[in-house]
Design a protein around this ligand. Structure first.
Ligand SMILES: O=C(CO)COP(=O)(O)O
Ligand SMILES: O=C[C@H](O)COP(=O)(O)O
Ligand SMILES: [Zn+2]
Ligand SMILES: [Zn+2]
Length: 331
């Protein structure tokens, strides 16, 4: 049995990206694996009237089960109506690594998929991405490709060092593959330790400022494919208050540093129309859970710690939509 995203009330990313590029804002792409994350994302996006991309990694799919996830996305569409304001919802595969995984997601209600062929040779990346685009477009599903490698862990692939996107490849890649959007590498990376302390400058209060993103590469890409939707992965800012709360209540996060929000504001105004944030949400939930666990050691009802974690996550995402990405009010 196959299920089309259209039957679930979801939308693909085509029109959302066109509007976001023209309007100088970015659509939030938030990862989810469980009920509380989904609730927080939807509540935040309804309250801020923001379109949203619900992202599912292959790890999330293994964790939560494909059938349950599909039905959660279907439930999401009904739930936002109950919340009183209909926002466009995209269900997106994050870092798909094979044609088979992308096909399975398309056949199971996803409205958008990423095929991340950036770990292959350029020619193999083109061939793999083109194959996914052909199947996806036949089903009305949009496709994100990637050029350049982000440092850090992407599903099972570990890249020690990043390789910046080569602007001279983007026109050819977009033309040959037919992708709808392109993820690029300009210095962001996945996780909560995006830079080593040695790469950063430290002020007198010990606050680390990372090296500037390669906005020059982004500008060069924009010149070569004007108005084409660009995606920024690894865009968590790693809020230091959350890190401090985690460490205050028994955590051990060392040298955690992210992308300053000011840089994301700047990116969102450019052709960057999708910004991926996962780690910040993980930090917010972990901080809230650790706090409850430490302050109320007698508590053993999961709702009593997952509830505060959900509420903290919601506040974080409202802040992102309103103050960083500019997606608030665009639904
Ligand atoms: O890019 C991401 C998901 O694809 C998430 O990045 P962060 O780890 O910076 O949140
Ligand atoms: O790109 C990475 C995302 O944050 C998803 O992470 P995950 O593969 O651990 O689910
Ligand atoms: Zn990648
Ligand atoms: Zn990513």
């Amino acid at each position: 049995m196959t299920v089309s995203y259209k039957d679930l009330g979801l939308v693909n990313s085509k029109d959302l990206f066109a509007k976001a590029v023209a309007g100088g804002y970015a659509i939030p792409a938030y990862n989810f694996n469980n009920l509380e994350q989904l609730q927080a994302i939807l509540q935040a996006c309804v309250e801020t009237k923001s379109p949203v991309i619900l992202q599912v990694s292959s790890g999330a799919r293994k964790y939560a089960n494909a059938t349950l996830l599909r039905n959660m996305a279907k439930g999401a569409v009904e739930y936002v109506k109950e919340l009183g304001y209909e926002i466009p919802i995209v269900l997106h595969l994050d870092h798909g690594d094979t044609f088979e995984l992308c096909k399975d997601c398309i056949d199971n209600g996803f409205s958008s998929v990423m095929i991340d062929g950036s770990h292959h040779s350029y020619e193999e990346n083109v061939a793999l991405t083109k194959k996914v685009v052909e199947y996806a477009h036949a089903h009305g599903v949009t496709v994100e490709g990637e050029l350049g490698v982000l440092a850090g862990v992407e599903d099972d692939v570990v890249a020690e060092k990043s390789t910046y996107t080569r602007p001279e490849e983007v026109e050819d890649f977009v033309a040959k593959t037919g992708v709808d959007s392109l993820a690029i590498s300009i210095g962001t990376s996945h996780g909560a330790n995006k830079f080593t302390p040695e790469q950063c400058t430290k002020n007198e209060d010990g606050v680390l400022t990372p090296p500037m993103l390669r906005f020059d590469i982004l500008e060069e890409i924009e010149k070569r494919i004007p108005g084409f939707p660009i995606v920024l992965h690894g865009s968590s800012s790693v809020p230091q208050d959350q890190v401090a709360t985690i460490n205050q209540f028994g955590g051990a996060l060392k040298d955690a540093v992210g992308i300053p929000e000011e840089w994301l504001r700047k990116a969102a105004k450019s052709a960057v129309c999708k910004i991926n944030i996962d780690s910040d949400g993980r930090l917010a939930m972990t901080a809230a859970i650790r706090k409850v666990m430490a302050e109320k050691p007698g508590e053993f009802d999961p709702r009593k710690y997952l509830g505060p974690a959900r509420d903290s996550l919601k506040e974080l995402y409202k802040h992102k939509n309103e103050d960083v990405l500019g997606s608030a009010g665009q639904a």
